[in-house]
Each structure stands twice: as structure tokens, then as C-alpha cells.
Design a protein around this ligand. Structure first.
Ligand SMILES: [Ca+2]
Length: 481
């Protein structure tokens, strides 16, 4: 697949395409109901509504004054605080369970445009943080809804709002602060439902290892790649996609493991480049992605929706085709939301050096990001997880500012062990990155691209078409050469 890097990014104007192609903001007045929200929810916070005249058990530090006003929590922040946490309010004593899904939500305004921060963290050293997110606040009242999976197990968790870090005084008003989790054990969501990521026994590297046991490279490729969890890609090569998806997630479910799938069949895929193809029409795509979601059913899964499709809007020839693609992605987001209640789906959001974060936020909103768990970054690319996370947080700040919600993101770390050299097509000197895990600066780090699968007839694998496994590419990723 194509995942253009720095050169392509530099060649594009960073202005929003929306000035010209102008996708209408979808008329979705409220958060679409997620299946997880229909289950019985446990509220962890006390007095989130501030309707009884008192702020307790919420606390505040010396740079803030706290009181109830009009059944809301009024926090006056003193001038001249150096750091965000120098003016801090919160509630402590919360129990958090690692791997469990939570939703933090609140309504907030500020008397001046500010960037604040909300965290969920441990309230004793080492102050480990499981959620840390920027908030753009101003005079408009906004409802924030932030789902996350805890990376912490602690009986001394806390929610904090960090309001300092500026010269001028400001007043922030908060109300209806809620932190919920689904009742019962071991929690909700596909991570909590499973015991680790699924290792695909029929990945390209696993098939190659089985067929080439006498090859001197086989044992290393098996140990470093084929035995690791990685995604299975589905497209027009998958035959009956309901059957193919069902078979894959069924095998993972039988092993109590979490499978990662990639839907890769958008019309006009990869701008007709190395990984060109995709469904032949909009109707054909709607049928295909609906059949994909049906194959998941209620089994736990992670799905990456259409790598590059949002970032590559630029290559479509006109506004009408851009609107069509965004509509297809929005349809896909609705299908996963409605037909696959235990799937976390992530719309692909390109990579850290491709589309400006604010533009990406607008596109993701138009593509249905509010319907799904989040967005994916760095698929088939090479940027460091930290740089990808910085970009993901910037996208979330823009989503928060523009639309009042943010989303989780996942990062492809299959080949980013040496970072990027600015090339994207089988570049030399790249290395395997952190194997699939939860947490790590993102909701998950995942091997989405299959290490050793070619990006196309290019770079250090001339003559190897996109998607074909090369033991030579694999060993060079192991060695970092
Ligand atoms: Ca209230």
C-alpha cells in the first residue's frame, strides 16, 4: 500500500481542502449511542452535578478558588502560573482496573480562550497517567466525552483538571462531570474480553516459514516476526468477506485472543498506485463493508478502516468524489457501530507528517469518527510512536475544539524501530518496532503492516509487488539494515 512520507507532505499545501471541497458537517446533534453505553454503567465520581451547594469531595489547590455558582462548579484561576498543574482541581480515591474501558465526560466553559488539560492518574507517586488530554475551552459551553482504557490498576486514582500555565486570570466552569465504567467483571470492550493479541497462524511470514523450514533465515523470521501478533488485511482478494472475516475472528475468539483486521477496499484505493484497486463502485463498497461488519458479529476485534483513504482525499479529482469517499467511510463507521458491538474500529488518519492536524480533524469528523472508537496513525509508515502520539494529540485537540469530542488513537509500530528516513516504499535501514501492546502513548501500539510484506516494486525490493512477502525485507527489518 502507499503511505507517502515527507516528500509528498512537503509537496501539498497545508491549507484545509475544505475551503474548496467543503464537505458539509454531518448533522449529528448528539453523540451516537455506542453499544457499550447501553450496558449498565457504574458512576465513579461523587457530586459531579454540583446541585447541592457544595463542591466536596472535589478539591482545589492554592492557585484556584472553588465554589458552586448556579449549580455549576466555578473555578477562579489566579494569574501568573507557570505550569498547567500549578492550578489544579480534581477528585481522588477512585478505583481503576487495567484493561477496563471507561468514559470521562463533562461540560466546560472558560471566560477566555485557553488550553487546559484533563487527566486520569494515580494520586500518589509515581503519578502514573492513564489519560492526559488537552482541552480547548472558551465562552461556548461544550460537552466533552472521552472514552479510554485504563492502563492502571489502582485504588488511589484521581481525575484532575489542570488549568494553569498562563499570565492572566481566568474563570472556568465545569458541570455534570462523570466517569463511568460498565458494571461487572472483567470490564468491557474487546481488550478486556480477551487475553492478549491474536497471532495469525496464516500471516504471510508464517506461511513462508512453514514452507521454507530449510532456509537459514526461517528460524529468525519465525522468532522475530511470524510468532508476533499482527493484522490481517482484507480486500478484494478475500473472496466472501463475511466468511473470511468470520473465520478469522472466530479462530481468535476460540483462543480468547484479540484479532486486528484491516479493511482495505475503498474505491480508488491508493490513488491507483502500487496498491491500487478497491471496490468498483460506491454501491459495491457499501455492500462489501456491510458484509465485513456482519462477519465480525459480537466477537471482540480491532478494525483499522481504510488506510490512507482520508489522507489521500487530495488525489481524488473533484469535490464530488471527495464527498463520495467521506460518505462511504461514514457508512463504514455506522456499520461497525451498529453491527459489531464488541469491535473497536479506528478510521485511518494518515501519519504525523502528512496532513495538518486541524485539517485531519475536520476530515475525520466528516468520515464518521464520532461513530467509532478512534483513529489510526502511521499505518505502513515509519515515524516514531512519540511523534505519532504528538500528532494524534493535536488531532484530538482540534476535534475537541471544533466538535466537543475526542477519540482514542492507535499507532502502527511494525517498522518504526529506526524512525523514518523520509521514504515510504521499502526503504533501507528500517527496523521492527515495539510489538503490539496496549498503552505506550496511544491506546494501542499495533503491528498493522505485516513486516516483510513489500510496499511495492521499489526501494530495496525491486521486483516484489505490493503485499508479497520477501524474506529479504524481513531479515533487513530484523537487523535494521
Ligand atoms: Ca449542575
Amino acid at each position: 500500500m502507499r503511505s507517502p512520507g515527507l516528500l509528498r507532505w512537503l509537496s501539498l499545501p497545508l491549507v484545509s481542502l475544505f475551503a474548496s471541497c467543503g464537505p458539509a458537517a454531518p448533522e449529528l446533534p448528539a453523540e451516537a449511542p455506542l453499544a457499550v453505553q447501553e450496558a449498565a454503567l457504574t458512576e465513579l465520581l461523587s457530586n459531579g452535578g454540583f446541585n447541592a451547594g457544595t463542591t466536596a469531595p472535589w478539591w482545589n489547590n492554592a492557585s484556584t478558588q472553588s465554589r458552586v455558582e448556579n449549580n455549576q462548579w466555578r473555578v477562579d484561576v489566579a494569574a501568573n502560573t507557570a505550569n498547567a498543574w500549578d492550578a489544579i482541581v480534581g477528585q481522588s480515591g477512585l478505583s481503576l482496573v487495567a484493561g477496563r474501558a471507561y468514559t470521562l465526560s463533562f461540560t466546560a466553559t472558560a471566560t477566555a480562550g485557553i488550553t487546559a488539560r484533563v487527566t486520569v492518574q494515580q494520586d500518589t507517586a509515581p503519578y502514573a497517567t492513564t489519560l492526559s488530554q488537552p482541552l480547548t475551552l472558551d465562552g461556548t459551553s461544550r460537552r466533552f466525552t472521552i472514552p479510554f482504557t485504563s492502563s492502571l490498576s489502582t485504588g488511589v486514582g484521581q481525575v484532575t483538571f489542570q488549568l494553569g500555565g498562563r499570565a492572566n486570570a481566568v474563570t472556568v466552569r465545569l458541570d455534570d462531570v462523570s466517569l463511568t465504567t460498565e458494571s461487572g467483571s472483567p470490564g468491557s470492550g474487546p481488550v478486556a474480553m480477551t487475553s492478549g493479541f491474536y497471532v495469525d497462524p496464516n500471516s504471510n511470514p508464517a506461511i513462508w516459514v512453514r514452507a521454507n523450514g530449510g532456509d537459514g533465515r526461517a528460524s529468525r523470521i519465525n522468532a522475530s516476526i511470524a510468532s508476533k501478533p499482527m493484522a490481517r488485511w482484507f480486500g478484494n482478494w478475500s473472496g466472501d468477506v463475511t466468511q473470511a472475516v468470520s473465520s478469522f475472528v472466530g479462530a481468535a475468539d476460540a483462543a480468547d485472543k484479540l484479532p486486528v483486521l484491516v479493511a482495505y477496499n475503498i474505491p480508488g484505493r491508493d490513488c491507483g498506485s502500487h496498491s491500487g484497486g478497491g471496490a468498483g463502485s460506491a454501491d459495491a463498497y457499501r455492500a462489501w463493508i456491510s458484509a465485513f461488519a456482519a462477519g465480525l458479529g459480537n466477537r471482540p476485534a480491532v478494525v483499522i478502516i481504510e488506510p490512507d483513504a482520508v489522507a489521500q482525499l487530495d488525489c481524488l479529482p473533484n469535490d464530488s468524489e471527495r464527498q463520495t469517499r467521506l460518505g462511504l467511510l461514514r457508512y463504514a463507521s455506522e456499520q461497525f457501530r451498529d453491527r459489531a458491538p464488541n469491535t473497536w474500529a479506528y478510521l485511518d488518519g494518515g501519519n504525523a507528517r502528512w496532513i495538518a492536524a486541524d485539517t485531519m480533524a475536520q476530515r475525520l469528523e466528516s468520515a464518521g469518527a464520532r461513530n467509532v472508537r478512534g483513529f489510526s496513525l502511521n499505518v505502513s509508515n515509519f515515524y516514531a510512536a512519540s511523534e505519532s502520539a504528538t500528532y494524534g494529540n493535536a488531532v484530538n485537540a482540534a476535534l475537541s475544539s471544533r466538535y466537543g469530542y475526542s477519540r482514542q488513537f492507535v499507532v502502527d509500530t511494525s517498522r518504526n524501530g529506526n524512525g523514518s528516513n523520509g521514504e515510504w516504499c521499502n526503504p533501507a535501514g528500517r527496523k521492527l518496532g515495539t510489538p503490539s501492546q496496549t498503552g505506550g502513548g496511544a491506546e494501542m501500539l499495533l503491528w498493522v503492516k505485516v513486516p516483510g510484506d513489500s510496499d511495492g516494486n521499489c526501494g530495496i525490493a525491486p521486483g516484489t509487488p505490493a503485499g508479497q512477502f520477501s524474506p529479504d525485507l524481513a531479515t533487513r527489518l530484523i537487523d535494521g539494515t
